[in-house]
Design a protein around this ligand. Structure first.
Ligand code: FES
Length: 156
C-alpha cells in the first residue's frame, strides 16, 4: 500500500473532518478500490472503528473492496434481457475471459464483468455495457467482438 497516497487524503481530513463516505470516496479515487489495509490505516489515525468503514463500503454499491479490471463490462440481468438469452452470453464472456468461479475480475486484471438489473434499454435486449459504451441486441458473436474491441483500446 502506498502510505503517501493515504497521507495526502488524511491531510484533507485533519483540516476538515469528513464523513466515512467521503474518505472512502477519496480512497477509491486514489487506489481504484478500497484496500483493506488502507481502511485500517485510516481507522487508526482518525480513531474511527474500521467496522464503520467496512459497513459503509459494503452497503453502498459504488464502493469496491477488490481491485477492478482495466475494462469494465456490465451485463444486464433484468427480465427482458434474461428472456432474450443474456445468461448464456454472460457465461460465455466469463469463460472467454477466464474469470475464476465466484470472481468478477479476470486473473490478468484486464476485465471485470458485473451483472446489474435492468439498465433501462429493454427494447435492445440483451444489453451489455463495455467501458460505458452500450452494446444492444447482444449475441455470442457480438460479445466476442466487444471483448476484442475493448481489449484493443484499453488492453493491459
Ligand atoms: S432488462 Fe435489460 S435493459 Fe431492461
Amino acid at each position: 500500500m502506498t502510505d503517501k497516497k493515504c497521507e495526502q487524503i488524511l491531510e484533507k481530513y485533519h483540516k476538515d473532518k469528513g464523513s466515512v463516505i467521503s474518505i472512502l470516496q477519496d480512497i477509491q479515487e486514489s487506489f481504484g478500490y478500497i484496500p483493506e489495509d488502507a481502511v485500517f490505516w485510516f481507522a487508526e489515525r482518525l480513531n474511527i472503528p474500521a467496522s464503520s468503514f467496512f459497513g459503509a463500503a459494503t452497503f453502498y454499491a459504488q464502493f469496491y473492496l477488490k481491485p477492478r479490471g482495466k475494462n469494465i463490462i456490465t451485463a444486464c440481468c433484468g427480465t427482458a434481457c434474461h428472456v432474450k438469452g443474456s445468461a448464456p452470453i454472460i457465461n460465455r464472456v466469463r469463460e472467454d475471459l477466464k474469470i475464476p468461479h465466484g470472481e468478477t475480475t479476470s486473473s490478468d486484471g484486464k476485465f471485470t464483468v458485473e451483472s446489474v438489473a435492468c439498465v433501462g434499454a429493454c427494447s435492445i435486449a440483451p444489453v451489455f455495457i463495455g467501458n460505458k459504451k452500450v452494446f444492444g441486441k447482444m449475441t455470442m458473436e457480438k460479445a466476442s467482438e466487444m471483448i476484442k474491441e475493448l481489449d484493443k483500446v484499453k488492453g493491459v
